[in-house]
Design a protein around this ligand. Structure first.
Ligand SMILES: [Zn+2]
Length: 313
């Protein structure tokens, strides 16, 4: 599955024919999004700019209520993963079409059937065909000016998703084709400082892993996320160690990516045994891992992540 319409390349967001009375949903501040709105040239629209990172279901419901009866023609998610996830959930609830325009490139959320929404302050990864965008617009215009920390976290996530997706037991020749192509482009973009290639690589990664799944690297990473480590940063060591465990063809090159971005080693506050108990029930990731994983394996991987530096040469 992928969006019905994909517009890609320089000026794609400028050239898209936006319908009248769209509701633009964004996360950032007026000085930034006003430039974006000027660039895309949209007219006659409503704007909702109060989406915060890790959006909660209450935000989605508040937007639905606020614009009920206003004949909104479509939702436009303009920003990082949070604004796109809100659009995806809203679209599922109301049946109104959604156009997704990423401005940070890494999650590939504009391509996938996944959405992350918080319920009772707990992030939940949801999957539904109804979350799929009606149109996805991938325009590298939004890349320059992205703070380096956001860029490297996003790019690391895209590379982790492409390579874990390639190894996933749910993969097939079609998904592997996208994952392989995505990883090759992302590797070149990162290692050779060709950052303008990141949006295309992240987009292909989204199609590839979005139709297979991520695996052990992502499963390991969530105990670090729960302690406040950004997703892409947590993956730098977790996916490296997971690829080593899986004897993945991507081990060496993924590690090079993490080294190139100079990610620091990770720390974990909770005991490894307790963390392994949190990871083991994550069957969505672990069951799709190319080889079976025991609790002892998880503890060994976590030990390698926090007690050695897996990114050292
Ligand atoms: Zn990810």
């Amino acid at each position: 599955m992928m969006p019905k319409k994909i517009m890609f390349g320089e000026n794609a967001a400028k050239e898209f024919p936006y319908p009248k009375n769209a509701l633009v949903i964004t996360t950032t501040t007026p000085d930034i999004y006003n430039k974006w709105l000027d660039y895309i040239g949209i007219k006659n629209y409503e704007l909702y700019d109060k989406v915060t990172p890790d959006p909660a279901i209450e935000t989605v419901e508040a937007i639905k209520k606020q614009y009920e009866g206003e004949n909104i023609s479509c939702y436009i998610g303009l920003g990082g993963g949070s604004s796109m996830d809100v659009c995806k959930y809203l679209g599922k609830m109301t049946g109104i079409p959604k156009i997704l325009i990423p401005t940070t490139f890494g999650t590939g959320a504009e391509m996938t059937t996944y959405a992350v929404i918080s319920f009772d302050h707990k992030k939940k990864l949801l999957q539904d065909e109804a979350f799929l965008a009606d149109a996805a617009i991938v325009d590298p215009y939004f890349l320059p000016g992205t703070p380096f920390n956001i860029l490297r976290n996003s790019a690391c996530d895209a590379a982790a998703q492409a390579s874990e997706g390639y190894d996933s037991k749910l993969g097939n020749p079609f998904t592997k084709f996208f994952c392989k192509e995505a990883f090759d482009i992302l590797y070149d973009a990162i290692v050779n400082d060709k950052h303008h290639l990141l949006p295309y690589g992240a987009m292909l990664s989204g199609i590839g892993f979005g139709n297979s799944s991520t695996t052990l690297g992502h499963a390991l990473s969530y105990v670090f996320s729960n302690e406040g480590v950004p997703h892409g940063y947590a993956l730098s060591s977790c996916t490296t160690v997971a690829h080593k465990f899986n004897k993945s063809i991507y081990y060496k090159r993924f590690k090079e990516i993490a080294q190139k971005f100079k990610f620091e080693p990770l720390k974990l506050k909770q005991p490894l045994d307790q963390a392994a108990d949190v990871i083991m029930p994550d069957r969505g990731h672990l069951d799709n891992n190319p080889i079976p994983v025991t609790k002892q394996d998880i503890i060994k991987c976590l030990d390698e992540i926090v007690n050695t530096n897996p990114l050292a040469a």
